[in-house]
Structures are given as structure tokens and as C-alpha cells.
Design a protein around this ligand. Sequence first.
Ligand code: GLP
Length: 260
Amino acid sequence: MEMIIQPDAETASRIAARLVAKLVRAKPDAVLGFATGDTPLLLYKELARLHKAEGLDFSRVTTFNLDEYIGVEPDHPCSYTRFMMENLFNHINVRPEKIHILNGMTKNIPEECARYEKAICDAGGIDLQVVGIGADGHIGFNEPSSSLSSRTRLKTLTDETRRDNARFFANASEVPHDAITMGVGTIMESRRIVFLAFGRDKANIVAKAVEGPITAMVPASALQLHPDVKVFVDEVASCKLERKSYYQWVYDNKPEWEQF
Ligand code: GLP
């Protein structure tokens, strides 16, 4: 895992956006995986700015989102479809038919999950997947005890996750109990992973995910087994990392050919 510790979320997100932009310029038909939540918002803002200011072209890009709530209509204010449209897709030139988000209203969940896995495969796999982390260590909606080789499927949310996500809903009881999510195994097949975590509240779980044992109880820890993960954290989210100064030295002394 490559640790990129920056003073604040803005700086870290700008560097992460540069990485995504570099890939899209080198491979205009790249397949990008996106995440929701507050964490990737600055990254999406920067990608929208790069599109507007520098003509970063998403017209041939294909996208897949990590997850969606069950029972939430795509145009519901809290759906992840709506989130992505409002925070990214309406601001770049991605083609609507190239956007893939799981259908939380499906009548046949296993079929919807199999369809999604096949769509990822048919697109040639995900070149770069953006992930955040939940306070309990989830990625996508892979809650603790998720199989580390799981595929896209139904997951029941923990009380902690429902509480954390209640801020997006009118009231806490409206937060769905279930979601469909790419599995940990699905995420692990992405060629590159950009892992973002900002804020003091993420410090403990970032340390567990990056430096702790690989365990299904912290699904994000599976990323330690991935050959190309870049972890972008701000100063406060990095404060529990035991080897923080080492990571910082490595990043500051990166050889030129490895810089982005
Ligand atoms: C949700 C999403 C995750 C996200 C997490 C953290 O549970 N399914 O993909 O990483 O929230 O959200 P935030 O970035 O708002 O802390």
C-alpha cells in the first residue's frame, strides 16, 4: 500500500484527481469505479473542474458504482444514483449509457448482482476503483464478517452504518436495512485502487485497515493484499498510523519516474 499523507483533504483529493486524470488521458476508454459518501466529494469536484478547465474528456469512460440501498428509487434524494448525478456525472461528459449503478429496486436481487458482475467483466474489468471506508471498516457496503472473496450481493447494514448514514436521510428510521454491494473479491479485482479517508473520526479504522491484521472483521484490511493501492489520508486521519513518519519519508523521496 502506498500511503499519501497530506495536510488536508483538499490537497489529497487534488493529487488523487490528478491520478484519475492521468489514467483517463492515457486510456480514454478507461473503466472507473466510484464510491459515495462525503469523502470522495472533493475528488469529484476536482474532476469536474479538470473537465471544465482543461477539457478532461470522459466521453469514452465507463463507470461502475460500488453499491446502492435496497428499496430506494434512483431519483430518491438519498439514492446513490442521485448522489452520483448531482456530485459528478452532471458535471462531466460521461455518456449516460456508460454509467452503471446497481438497481436497488430490483425484484430479483441475485439476478441483478449477477448482471452487474457480468457487466464489469464485459467492460474488461475496472481499471481504477475509488473507495472510502466506513467507521466499522466497511468498503462498499461490505460490513464486518463479509467474506474477503465475496462477490456482488445483498448485505444487511450494521446499526453503526445505519446511524452514520442517517445524516443523509430525513430521519434515522428511513435508512434502509439492506443494500447491494460489489463484494470484497469484486473490488479486489480492480487493477488499481484509490483509497480515501479524511477526518479524525477515520484515524482508528485507517490504522486497523492499513497496519492491522487482515481480517473479515475489518473488510478494508483485505486491500493489503492488493498490488496497487494508494491510500490518501489527511493529517488527522493519519494520526494513529504507527509508521507514519516512514510513509511520509517514502512519499517525499519518491523517484521522479514514480511521481504522479
Ligand atoms: C457508505 C458507503 C461507503 C463509504 C462510507 C463512508 O457506507 N457505502 O462506500 O465509504 O459510507 O462514508 P463517508 O465518506 O461519508 O464517511
